[in-house]
Design a protein around this ligand. Structure first.
Ligand SMILES: Nc1ncnc2c1ncn2[C@@H]1O[C@H](COP(=O)(O)OP(=O)(O)O)[C@@H](O)[C@H]1O
Ligand SMILES: [Mg+2]
Ligand SMILES: [Zn+2]
Length: 515
């Protein structure tokens, strides 16, 4: 039952082979020109058409109607090859132990002429698994091939085939079959087999098959055997034990919203449902990867339509830099996940790490915001604070220091933080903090926020505090020509630089004054 679709839908003509046109085109040409080598080698992943093409080729060169790129598929020889019972076509699987013994003899006997076909044709699958003696026999034959012998070798591991063999073969590399081709083929199979299934469900299957048509068809067959009625994405996910799309969506949105409780909740759900947390992790990586490439303007991503809409909506809330950062943490932590015996805790730790990290400020946006702002800051948070609790310290475990205050701002008031990070603390004697700005413009911006900033600093630090702004204009810097060490220490004092260093685990190598 399980093999029915694969067999029934095995391509019988070159033009029915999907996604390997680069191979079939060249083969057809060689046939048409009657320039066939004695040995071919087909390499590529499993289930992409190597055996199918080998059989079509065997028919093309042996068909009773004569050498043709379109074998008749009806003469006894074609029919026997289709049914794998042709006396002159030997299909050998080098991965099967019982066959290994016989292979050497078979190859040794290839010098005898074929019984009825034109060529003695050897199709040797997984040829890299041949025994040493079989390889030697093969080499000997390939060095002086009898005119009536053709070898079609296939392998999923080309690197393991001895170069001595490779150098005597014409090589064809089969590729993973593109997603769209698989979906189209699955649709054809479903229609012919009267399987009712949605397009999105087919895409889900194709995604899982990772380029293998055989796997894709196998999954379709398996699901159609167990399911009733029209098959949707849910049925496919259930059958494959995949973490559901809706679960994935909940997780991704929770992470982007930096909503820790919801994030942990999804992990808990998946865990209790008995699903594989590593699989969840891989799907999550995949999702962020999709978001990254979409955000970068690469639209060639095959996804169920709903999924695409969801990702596109979500992407407006997140910058490319931010996605990069998530991904790099996920990639770096992949090993931890794989080898952890406590996957749940490991996963929770990684996810919390991602969401508790400060937002990466999108520099471009930031510069734009600062340079176009004229009036006072749009500070949503600030307006919510009534005069009553101005002097109440916001709940925070951060230290009662200026640095603590900056960290607090960073997490609670991005605009204000962005402005203040352009300044450096010149002096901080507890009650007076002197901030310097590199330009008149930035100083003006900062001054506008001073009342607000002071209010917040007082509340946070729980004491009276005076903030002063000083300007050190760029040209003043230049006039004074500060020593490189001064520039350096100044740069290192900037909160923004500090933040970047901790976040990216970086080192400041070189500091150049702005031109
Ligand atoms: N390129 C393809 N086009 C159409 N169907 C394919 C293709 N590749 C594989 N299939 C399907 O998968 C089945 C197994 O393919 P096969 O040729 O044996 O793959 P391989 O030898 O590369 O592992 C075929 O019977 C066919 O149904
Ligand atoms: Mg095969
Ligand atoms: Zn024929």
């Amino acid at each position: 039952m399980y093999q029915v679709i694969a067999r029934k839908f095995r391509p019988q003509r070159f033009e029915d082979v999907v996604g390997q046109e680069h191979v079939t085109r060249v083969l057809c040409n060689a046939i048409e020109l009657d320039r066939l080598p004695h040995a071919f080698i087909f390499s590529g992943p499993r289930g992409v058409g190597k055996t199918s093409v080998a059989r079509i080729l065997a028919k093309a060169i042996n068909c009773e109607k004569g050498l043709s790129r379109n074998p008749c598929n009806m003469c006894p020889i074609c029919e026997d090859i289709t049914a794998s019972r042709a006396v002159d076509v030997f299909e050998i699987d080098a991965a099967t132990h019982t066959q290994v013994e016989k292979i050497r003899d078979l190859i040794d006997n290839s010098r005898y002429t074929p019984t009825i076909a034109r060529y003695k044709t050897f199709i040797i699958d997984e040829v890299h698994m041949l025994s040493r003696s079989a390889f030697n026999a093969l080499l000997k034959t390939l060095e002086e091939p009898p005119p009536h012998v053709i070898f079609i070798l296939a392998t999923t591991e080309l690197a393991k085939v001895p170069v001595t063999v490779l150098s005597r073969c014409q090589r064809y590399d089969f590729r993973r079959i593109p997603m769209d081709d698989i979906v189209r083929r699955l649709r054809l199979v479903a229609n012919q087999e009267q399987i009712q299934i949605t397009d999105d469900a087919l895409v889900t299957i194709a995604l899982q098959a990772d380029g293998s048509m055989r796997d894709a068809q196998g999954i379709l067959e398996h699901i159609s055997a167990t399911g009733k009625g029209s098959i949707g994405v849910d049925a496919v996910e259930d059958a494959l034990g995949l973490v559901g799309r809706s679960t994935m969506r909940d997780l991704v949105s929770a992470i982007i919203k930096k909503d820790a409780p919801s994030t942990l909740d999804v992990v808990d759900r998946v865990y209790r449902y008995g699903q594989d947390l590593n699989q969840l992790y891989r799907s999550l990586l995949e999702q962020f990867r999709n978001m990254m490439v979409l955000k970068a303007g690469y639209m060639n991503v095959t996804l169920p339509e709903e999924e695409m809409t969801f990702l596109k909506d979500l992407m407006t809330d997140i910058s490319l830099e931010e996605i990069h950062r998530y991904l790099s943490v996920l990639i770096r932590s992949e090993e931890d996940m794989k080898y952890s015996s406590i996957t749940r805790i490991t996963l929770e730790t990684i996810l919390l790490r991602i969401i508790s990290a400060p937002r990466v400020v999108d520099l471009q946006n930031l510069i734009h915001t600062i340079s176009t702002r004229t009036g006072p800051l749009p500070s949503g948070h600030v307006q919510q604070i009534s005069s009553v609790d101005i002097y109440k310290r916001p709940p925070s475990s951060l230290p009662l220091s200026w640095d603590g205050f900056l960290l607090y701002l960073r997490d609670h008031d991005q605009p204000l933080y962005a402005i203040i990070s352009s300044a450096t603390v010149e002096q901080d004697n507890g009650n007076t903090v002197v901030l310097t700005c590199p330009s008149q413009f930035l100083a003006d911006q900062l001054k506008k926020t001073l009342p607000e900033l002071t209010k917040r600093a007082k509340a946070f630090l729980q004491k009276d505090i005076v903030l002063n702004v000083e300007i050190k204009e760029a040209d003043t810097f230049e006039n004074k020509k500060p020593k490189p060490s001064e520039i350096r220490s100044q740069a290192l004092r900037s909160p923004l630089v500090k933040e970047i260093i901790t976040e990216f685990n970086g080192v400041v190598k070189n500091v150049k004054p702005k031109e």
